[in-house]
Design a protein around this ligand. Structure first.
Ligand code: ADP
Ligand code: ZN
Length: 519
């Protein structure tokens, strides 16, 4: 069956072979198994239901939320000679009737439908006379209130399928991989023992880097000077920061543009256009920039601040290298970034359950900034995909000039301090106590009388903080999910304290940097 699909792929679409994952998803649907496919935008979802539609008897119904997208897809199918049609609110009643009649006469292989239609009686009646083999649900996360784009009309999909005379195979497609959303799709769409595939998230031409403890302005200055005449985006967290970075770049003679919600519409439009047309080289922007922009030759995306979660980060970083050429995604981490994102969650999210979930996602983002493992592997694991190799060789952790060092003793000092503080305090206080800081909070709490007070005084405070963060990212320590997370020991950490395990970690050999005069 898959061989047949492959030859149709060549015949109708002119592609030599499937992309990763497509073959498995197509096979799964052709074998009659309900299938949930999680694929990012642009990974090639459409083929995964269009090819089975060609091979299965009868008709395939495609539920799709966007009118413009439907028309584009149907036009594309027509252009390669595949009979298809759409039904949505852009049609008159007469046109709808006509298309339903044509569908009854088996004149289409694919019928695209807006979900708003599904609940209507005459509509359901028409489907009783069709042989529906496959129902493909595009943007299936729209059924879930946990998703970012909840559409109540998607709740009609489950009952619609249940009312069909013969149960078709269901294929649900989405780019949103969180567990809540997946469970909602499976439950509300009534998928029966579905196969779940997460695929297409890897972007091999992108290299990833996290840079910590560096002067960010200096970094940007050096980076853009070494990357003249290359198109890049610098994302910053606030309008103010965008304005400052932009001014600094302009002052140094760079062709930069800026974009944030505080600028007049017209100025934003012009700046965006100049960037797309390569009239301006560097775009400095808040996360307001980038939606729906398809510029293929972006060579780097630098995050001046850490974003709020991995989804946001990967979407923004993913704007680099659309043309498949090598491109860089660099994140400049500073501890204040975490504070700012916490503040934003606190300010914007009211529902307590959702707030927890946002804090949890933020922590995964912070962990990305501290993990010693391959960054690509971390990203793929976050989205539910397994990396092909332990090390990609194309991220800052894989490439880092580092040596594996036994840091058991340091780790034990941290863990003892966590225990002495009865697992009731956050990372900042733990670092202060280990350092032997004499600030008000330490002295007033009487923490200077603890046996662990100052046992790491010879280390720079930042290094102690980094160490704690690495021990969190590698799951020797964990954080409670809240705005002010408390550090606790995991069973791994306990084992280390009992001398039952050692901690080996990559310790960077610090690169020699040229001295900077102006910071
Ligand atoms: P999605 O719906 O996942 O956003 P599409 O189905 O529109 O993505 O596919 C994105 C692009 O990739 C389209 O231009 C499509 O023709 C192309 N594409 C899909 N599958 C393949 C393949 N196996 N080989 C080459 N190009 C492909
Ligand atoms: Zn790597």
């Amino acid at each position: 069956m898959l061989e047949k699909a492959r030859s149709l792929l060549q015949k109708y679409y002119g592609y030599a072979d499937f992309r990763p994952g497509q073959g498995q998803i197509i096979t799964s649907l052709l074998e009659g198994r309900d299938t949930l496919a999680v694929m990012p935008t642009g990974a090639g979802k459409s083929l995964c239901f269009q090819l089975p539609a060609l091979l299965l008897p009868g008709i395939t119904v495609v539920i799709s939320p966007l009118i413009s997208l439907m028309k584009d897809q149907v036009d594309a199918l027509h252009s390669v000679g595949i009979p298809a049609a759409f039904i949505n609110s852009s049609l008159t009643m007469a046109e709808v009737r006509e298309r339903l009649n044509a569908a009854r006469r088996n004149q289409y292989k694919l019928l695209y439908i807006a979900p708003e239609r599904l609940a209507s009686e005459p509509f359901q009646a028409a489907f009783k006379e069709m042989q529906v083999s496959l129902v493909a649900i595009d943007e299936a996360h729209c059924v879930s209130q946990w998703g970012h784009d909840f559409r109540p009309s998607y709740r009609a999909v489950g009952p619609f399928i249940a009312a069909l005379p013969d149960r078709p195979v269901i294929g649900a497609f989405t780019a949103t991989a969180t567990e809540n959303v997946k469970q909602d799709i499976i439950g509300l769409m009534e998928l029966a023992n579905p196969a779940v595939y997460v695929t297409g998230f890897d972007r091999p031409n992108l290299s990833f880097a996290v840079i910590r403890g560096e002067n960010k302005q200096n970094f940007i200055r050096q980076y853009v000077s070494a990357n003249r005449n290359r198109s890049g985006i610098i994302y910053a967290a606030t309008r103010n920061e965008v304005d400052n970075l932009y001014a600094a770049l302009r002052k140094n003679g760079y062709s930069a543009g800026k974009y944030h919600a505080g600028l007049p519409d017209e100025e934003r439009r012009q700046n965006q256009e100049a960037f797309i047309q390569d009239d301006c080289e560097i775009m400095v922007a808040t996360n307001a920039f980038g939606m729906g922009i398809d510029k293929s030759n972006v060579r780097y995306v630098i995050h001046y601040n850490m974003p709020k979660n991995m989804e946001a980060y990967y979407q923004e970083a993913g704007r680099a290298g659309r043309d498949g050429e090598p491109s860089e995604c660099i994140l400049l981490f500073g501890a204040q970034d975490t504070m700012l994102q916490k503040f934003l969650i606190e300010q914007t999210v009211t529902d307590p359950e959702r707030k927890m979930s946002e804090f949890g996602k933020l922590q995964a983002m912070v962990d990305y900034c501290h993990t010693p493992q391959c960054l690509r592997r971390y990203i793929l694991a976050y989205f539910g995909e397994t990396a092909a190799a332990d090390e990609c060789g194309n991220c800052s952790n894989c490439k880092e000039d580092a040596e594996l060092a036994d840091i058991t003793l340091e780790a034990q000092k941290v863990f003892s301090c966590v225990l002495r503080l009865k697992e009731r305090y956050g990372a900042t206080l733990i670092a202060d106590v280990l350092k032997g800081a004499k600030n008000k909070r330490v002295l007033q709490g009487g923490f200077n009388t603890l046996s662990v007070y100052g046992i790491m005084q010879e280390y720079p405070l930042q290094e102690i903080k980094d160490l704690i963060n690495r021990l969190i990212a590698t799951e020797y320590l964990c954080l409670t999910e809240s705005e002010y997370p408390v550090v606790k020991l995991t069973p791994n950490g306990v084992a280390v304290l009992k001398n039952q395990a050692q901690v080996w970690q990559k310790v960077p050999r610090r690169p020699q940097r040229t001295a900077d005069t102006n910071s």
